[in-house]
Design a protein around this ligand. Sequence first.
Ligand code: PRP
Ligand code: URA
Length: 209
Amino acid sequence: MGRFVVCDHPLIQHKVTFLRDKNTDTKQFRELVDELSTLMAYEVTRDIPLETVTVETPVSEAEGRVIAGRMLGLIPILRAGLGMVDGMLKLLPSAKVGHIGLYRDPETLKPVEYYFSLPSDVTERELIVLDPMLATGGSANAAIESLKQRNCRPTKLVCLIAAPEGVKAVQEAHPDIDIYVAALDKYLNDHGYIVPGLGDAGDRLYGTK
Ligand code: PRP
Ligand code: URA
């Protein structure tokens, strides 16, 4: 079974609290998603392999460790996942970015794919799927499945707020995927919204309704 990690660093908890607040406006919401994504990137890359190199300091030789040529790709699920890309790229500037367009049908809550675009060398990269919300898990599972069908290597799913139902659904469908969240909430309501959650992440990011 892949790892399930709640990244509960005090800075993350602080920012998630303001993200949830209905009085947080679009500008602040976008900034918070960006900052949280950078903090999550730090947690998500803890297991990146390093290699030993030697450098010359002004005083002597020094042995140091650097990232071992890892090739990463970020795959935001549109729309809301887009809000996480820049924050992640601050710490992972060499990552390439692909996009999967999915929306949740409001009646069935099933994901509908409307866009798919990946970098040309995507099969050589380890892929991190981004979506602020993991509710039923339908969108994340569909994105991971689409990537696997195209011989890609998704390894991690990074979300800001998750419902237990969504975590379970992804763990059952894709036990090889590590899941990182900033907060694990209580449950899904009858409309498939996370409680307490933050409402509709896409609408709050882009000021739509
Ligand atoms: C939201 C969210 C996830 C999905 C989560 O997207 O960003 O992609 O719902 O729900 P699930 O786990 O039940 O699939 P939405 O469908 O509202 O599209 P949007 O990002 O374009 O607003
Ligand atoms: N998508 C959202 O944006 N919010 C939820 O609570 C559930 C799905």
